[in-house]
Design a protein around this ligand. Structure first.
Ligand code: HGY
Ligand code: MN
Ligand code: MN
Length: 442
């Protein structure tokens, strides 16, 4: 039976024509099983990109994809795309299954397993959309081991050369290419990958807005700009007891001054500007030695590109002044820089319309976190569906979303994808068109 309309009617649970709905228990069961891979004692997940835990998570999800009879393609940056049969560019769903080391159970996982659930629901119901569907997980979305974040989807759309991406190393010197080979996910398929007809990503909000507003579905308008820098400070080790304050070149003080400046800068620029020093290491790191050197990272984000650039300029000016005042060396290295992204208006409207048709309250909002959808938006119409995060907490073992909300998001994903497959979007609408070198979808 072929789906005709966007509501996606198939053999409903009672054999009648009830609207299609996902199997919530199956989705929640898979989320729990995947959360058990790299599980941490505090109830979270630690599956850093290309680690053994990431391999185990990948193997589990690829097993589910294969069991559904999907065609599974691994590309040269380790992205995995599982497709249903059919002619033409697919409507793609997906996200990531790598996590930060203090990861939760839903960040990324929901978008991948929600997509898998949509495909299995359609198989169970005998509904074959007019277009093929695909579900993907992209390599190293988090970027906390290998910068930049969204590395796999960036390569997928031709935003970074494969050789350059494979050569990126972590702090221990391990390379993306070496780790992909080590875990068996250096795939044969080329990047850029085939351009999808459209891309939809289901994700937890990871912020407090939906819960605070009592809203069930977030209709995501876009993703804010991201600027990541590494800052290295070179001072002079000296005795903490005998060195007069005026003679110090204290990398520890400089690092603290930078962290304080980043906080002040964000507050001064006002919301939505945010600034974070998330990683800070001092050498030699001893109680009685003035720190010789410091390595820290600065994460700046804003929905407005001009304001983000201003924040970067003001930080650079502060670092120059600090170097002069403290007699220390300060060097910066860009780790990631992505301009704000606006999603496709047609996809945004579709998400909103379908969520409301399912009786869900909705609101439009930007994404505060980076997402693979912001990369796919370069080549095809893309959008995102958010579900609430309890307490707005994420990148933490305390990350939690109510089971009903997880299932509600998957049901919206189901009908948005069916509508896109049935041609709801004008052909070629949205997206920036295929990125240079991106292979066109079939
Ligand atoms: O950092 C981010 O926004 C994403 O979680 N990679
Ligand atoms: Mn994520
Ligand atoms: Mn994340």
């Amino acid at each position: 039976m072929t789906a005709t309309g966007q509501e996606g009617h198939g053999r409903g649970p009672r054999g009648g024509t009830a609207p299609l709905r996902v199997d919530g228990e199956r989705l929640l069961g898979r989320l729990a099983e995947l959360a058990g891979v790299g599980a941490t004692p505090d109830g979270g997940c630690a599956r850093l990109a290309l680690s053994d835990a990431d391999r185990a998570g990948r193997d589990l999800v690829v097993g589910w994809m294969t069991a559904l009879g999907l065609e599974v393609r691994v590309d040269e940056i380790g992205n995995v795309v599982a497709s249903t049969p059919g002619v033409g560019a697919p409507v793609m769903m997906g996200s990531h299954i790598d996590t930060v080391t203090t990861g939760g159970r839903f960040d990324g996982n929901l978008g991948v397993l929600g997509g898998l659930e949509v495909i299995e629901t359609l198989q169970d119901s005998g509904v074959t959309p007019p277009r093929p569907l695909a579900v993907a997980f992209f390599t190293d979305e988090e970027g906390s081991r290998f910068s930049p974040d969204m590395l796999g989807s960036l390569a997928y759309v031709g935003g970074i050369g494969v050789a350059e991406a494979l050569a990126i190393t972590d702090v221990g010197g391990a390379s993306v290419g070496g780790e992909l080979r080590r875990i068996g996910y250096a795939g044969p398929h080329p990047c850029p990958g085939p351009v999808p007809h459209a891309y939809v990503e289901l994700h937890i909000e990871q912020g407090p807005v939906l819960e605070a507003e009592g809203v069930e579905i977030g209709v995501v308008e876009g993703v804010q700009g991201i600027s990541w820098q590494e800052v290295r400070v070179e001072g002079q080790a000296n005795h903490a007891g005998t060195t007069p304050m005026g003679m110090r070149h204290d990398a520890g003080y400089a690092a603290g001054a930078i962290a304080t400046f980043v906080r002040r800068l964000a507050l001064e620029l006002g919301s939505p500007q945010v600034g974070t020093v998330g990683s800070l290491a001092l050498e030699p790191g001893l109680v009685n030695v003035v720190a010789r050197s410091a390595r820290l990272t600065v994460d700046l984000r804003n929905t407005d590109e001009l304001r983000l650039a201003e924040a970067e300029r003001r930080l650079a000016a502060f670092l120059e002044q600090l170097a002069r005042d403290e007699g220390v060396g300060v060097a910066t290295r860009r780790l990631a820089r992505f301009a704000p992204v606006a999603f496709d208006p047609g996809v945004i409207d579709l998400v909103e319309r379908i969520a409301r048709a399912q009786g869900r309250s909705t609101m439009r909002l930007p994404a505060g976190a980076g997402h693979d959808a912001q990369m796919l938006a370069r080549v095809c119409p893309a959008g995102m569906i958010f579900v609430p995060s309890a307490g707005g907490i994420s990148h933490s073992p305390l990350e939690r979303t109510e089971p009903d909300a997880l299932v509600a998001g998957a049901n919206v994903l189901l009908e948005v994808v069916l509508a896109l497959a049935a041609g709801e979007l004008a052909a070629g609408a949205g997206g920036a068109g295929p990125a240079a070198g991106a292979a066109a979808g079939a």
